[in-house]
Design a protein around this ligand. Structure first.
Ligand SMILES: *Cc1c(COP(=O)(O)O)cnc(C)c1O
Length: 393
């Protein structure tokens, strides 16, 4: 049996015609820059996330970059982030000339540790740290309450890297009551990627910034179009960060399916957990399933909520590299997200020696993502688990 890590053909089987119709609509309209498809998607994403504004951009990377540019973060400034993420999270900090500072992750959630973030902020006597970029890794929100408290105390911007977490809900406790807030809607701004492998993926590159801050949204709109207003009068130095209307039209076809896809991914995760629970791999410590940390803390209130949207289903395993090779030999797609933590990337040069993030380093050696896409079948999952058992026995 062949089990790909992601199968976009399976999605195309029921969405293909609608996608082609959407692309055709844009082609025939001749509205190839901005226009009604981009405006429409922005309205729909803002509504979906529960934010006042959404600003379409070229990619998830550019969503992060345009936020830092619009905050005026640059040389001499520092930004705290997680060492365990896709490169873009750190890349944008370096590209604006600022310096990344890493707070290690929590071992359970793989997300930035609030206590360690606090330590870094306390130690920053010169007040060089201007922002925090928490990453909602694999589809589960970082501990936003603690981070927002710190941001308030130290007067920092919070840019959520929600590239893997659109629609993921965080249980925010306000006056003793739980309010479920969607990823991206809690910080100064939230950034999404529409890279095809995300839960909401385009037919190419695309991204979005959401925010409740109307002034910031206005600035983003200027910045994505070379800072011009009106045309040819440049108030600011921005760039060309405009979302392609063909992508917007395709994403509007997909958005109505997103909640079902989240649910199917959640069901697939539960099935893996169940199937693995029937083996001796968990008891023997060969494999650890990914915890949904907020479903443990919210109990019945969290039922039916997107506490984890499983953009990735990531195990911690023994003999990780050998297992990856074994699965690939058996036609099972799998991937390591991510083999080298950000603070160990070669491009950092001497800066790399300043940081100690042992939990991220351990995660980089132990994690392996299995296929979890919505159309994955129970039979395929049984095959995956059978091959895991064969490997360890
Ligand atoms: C995908 C991703 C990005 C970058 O998004 P692109 O659209 O590929 O530029 C940034 N951060 C994280 C955590 C991601 O997973």
């Amino acid at each position: 049996m062949k089990v790909p890590l992601l199968d976009l053909q399976a999605q195309l089987a029921y969405l293909g015609e609608d996608l082609i119709a959407a692309v055709t609509r844009v082609v025939k309209s001749t509205r190839y820059i901005q226009g009604p498809e981009v405006d429409g998607l922005e309205r729909e994403i803002a509504e979906y996330c529960g934010t006042k504004h959404a600003v379409g951009v070229t990619s998830g990377t550019d969503a992060l970059l345009i936020c830092l540019m619009s905050l005026g973060i640059g040389p001499g400034d520092k930004v705290v982030t997680s060492p365990f993420s896709f490169f873009a999270t750190m890349g944008v900090i370096l590209r604006v000339g600022a310096t990344p500072v890493f707070a290690d992750i929590e071992p359970e959630s793989f997300n930035i540790d609030v206590a360690k973030t606090a330590e870094l902020l306390e130690a920053d006597k010169e007040k060089k740290i201007k922002a925090i970029i928490p990453v909602h890794l694999y589809g589960q929100c970082a501990e936003m309450s603690g981070l927002l408290d710190l941001a308030k105390k130290f007067e920092l911007a919070v840019i959520e890297d929600a590239a893997q977490a659109i629609g993921s809900e965080y249980p925010m406790i306000i006056d003793g009551k739980t309010h479920f807030r969607r990823a991206g809607s809690m910080g100064t701004a939230g950034c999404f990627s529409f890279f095809p492998s995300k839960n909401l993926g385009g037919i190419g590159d695309g991204g979005m910034v959401v925010t409740n801050d109307s002034e910031f949204a206005e600035k983003l709109v200027l910045m994505r179009n070379h800072g011009a207003h009106p045309k040819y009068y440049h108030k600011l130095v921005g760039g060309n960060f405009r979302l392609d209307p063909i992508q917007a039209a395709a994403l509007r076809v997909k958005l109505p399916h997103l909640e079902r896809w989240h649910r199917q991914r959640g069901e697939n995760a539960a099935r893996y957990n169940h199937l693995l629970g029937e083996t001796d791999l968990l008891d023997k410590g060969k494999v650890r399933t990914p915890p949904s940390v907020y479903s443990q803390t919210t109990g019945s209130e969290g039922k039916g909520r997107n506490l984890h949207i499983y953009n990735q289903y990531v195990l911690r395993v023994e003999r990780r590299n050998e297992l990856r090779d074994w699965l690939l030999q058996n036609d099972i797609g799998c991937e390591i997200y991510y083999p080298v933590p950000l603070h160990r990337q070669e491009c950092l040069g001497a800066l790399a020696d300043q940081f100690s993030c042992p939990i991220a380093e351990k995660a980089a050696n132990e994690t392996l993502a299995l296929p979890i896409y919505p159309e994955l079948t129970g039979e395929m999952q049984e095959y995956v688990v059978k091959k895991l058992v064969q490997f360890y026995n």
